[in-house]
Design a binder for this molecule. Sequence first.
Ligand code: ATP
Length: 579
Amino acid sequence: MKTSLLLKFIFPYLKKYKNIYFLLSIFVIVGIFYQTGMAWFFQNMTDTIFSNQQSNLVFFLFIGIFLIVVIMITSFFNVYYMAKTTNLIKRDIRMDLFKHLLQQPMSYISSTHSGSLQSQIHQDTEQLDGVLGHNIAQLIILPFSGSVALIYLSFINVPLTLITLFLGPLILIASKLIGVAIRTNGEVIQENTAKMSKQLQESFEGHTLLKTFRLEKQLTQKYKQINEELISNQIREGKFSGFLQSVSSGVGYGAQILIFAIGTFFVANDQITIGDLLAFIILSQSLITPFSNIGQLWTNLQRSLSAVSRIYTFLLLPKHLLLDESNVEQQPVTITFNKVSFSYSPNKSIIQDINLTIMPNQRIAIIGESGAGKSTLMKLVLGLYLPTKGSIHLGLGDKGLEELKGINPYVSYVPQDAFLFDDTLYENIRYGKLDATVNEINYAAKQVSATSFINQLDGDYQFQVGERGNRLSGGQRQRITLARAFIGKRPIVVFDEATSALDVQTEGTILKELLQQNQEQTMIMITHRLSTAMYCDKIILMANGSIIAEGKHDELLTTSDHYKDLYKKYIVANAQSYS
Ligand SMILES: Nc1ncnc2c1ncn2[C@@H]1O[C@H](COP(=O)(O)OP(=O)(O)OP(=O)(O)O)[C@@H](O)[C@H]1O
């Protein structure tokens, strides 16, 4: 990606702190002239001493104290303001990345590994120093301080100035060549680190499997391989930087020796004074440093720019459309599928040509074999994915029909995996309705038969559920996710096998309670249990992404052979379990 484009992207972040940058630039300008001021000071003080004008020494003493005070103040504010702006901008970028991440469509989330994404967001933000902090300031300052030194020295002696200047381009050529290698290598290091976080995260999340299948050796081997790759690339980077440093030091010290040798000759011939030579030795660094440091600063900038490029590319990803929740009212909502087809990838159709109407307050069961497309159909209802063909409309009574083009705000969802946030039970239920009162939370827990187990936990509702809720049993987690879904009283609730971890009796009690107490809600349940489906207003039977039968239990027994078979199997299985 073009450097100018990346700098244009970062500029608005800098602009926000223009006042601090203005103050910073004052201290930076003082810094630019400071080195020349010091050279002037030593040059004139030396010449004064050598010309026996000791009476002027008091004047130089005051100038010396003044210079010390100036450098102390300048150094403090330079470092402080630079750190302040850099960290403030990093904070803003991190926030933008996080907000953007939350608005990513499911297609992005499901195709990206969370470990790599985390490492990318953290590391790339940390690497921004190269374009924000001292690095960029130095890149701007050095040419100026070099020019000021050049003008000052050329007033003293032009040939000696040219000799000093002559060595600089050598470093520039070396750093240009090495800079490209460092940037490419930096990108590989970033990939290695992302792979490592990915593996760390998987080892942590899958630790039960890892232990039971005795996978320690395999995973250690895999981790070792990535670690070795990372270290070899980091060492290679060290080699590149070392080479650059070596050229810079050689040229820097070489310049000083050369100036000293030739300068002494000029002093001996009365072409310059000892003070002038001293000024040359001090300022030669200001002339050489831009060349030597610009190499390192440039490579840092390149490394940072590749981080900026990844951040920019991520922020350019289109967001998932979020409907304005403030307009959402509790009202009956009809869902209509018009010839809807959907595929996750271009070659494989998952949902095919579905026509379906779900009326307000209906109880719908979606059944079918594993992989038939039941969850995908519900993800379309939730608006997590948009149809690839056809359309879904929401009938909103007086407000008419509205095509679903983003997240559906009228639906609550109880997912298959009963995910809980690492927080208290209370907070986990409250996420379903942020302004819920204590009574509402109690009531929601009661509806899903959760109060008895909550009362036995340490701290009741203040119990910390742990990562993904792992301090609770599967059935307890499911009850909390049910409470979270019902507390918001949205017009439609989708259950994706939301009671599969409960025994049939508890499931029956909870569903009976929920169905009775929430008559004014549409409930759509994906289930493998016919015992649940049988009591619904409508059963939708799916196979290979299509609806192959729909109707009430009694109707389906006469209209669908497929359903009849399922029912027979259910009767047999039930009879066996009681025999
Ligand atoms: N994020 C995804 N990316 C690509 N393919 C997917 C994705 N999610 C599901 N699929 C595929 O879509 C098909 C339907 O999956 P879906 O989860 O909708 O089935 P299901 O009927 O709910 O199955 P189950 O009863 O096992 O939960 C499967 O073949 C699955 O591999």
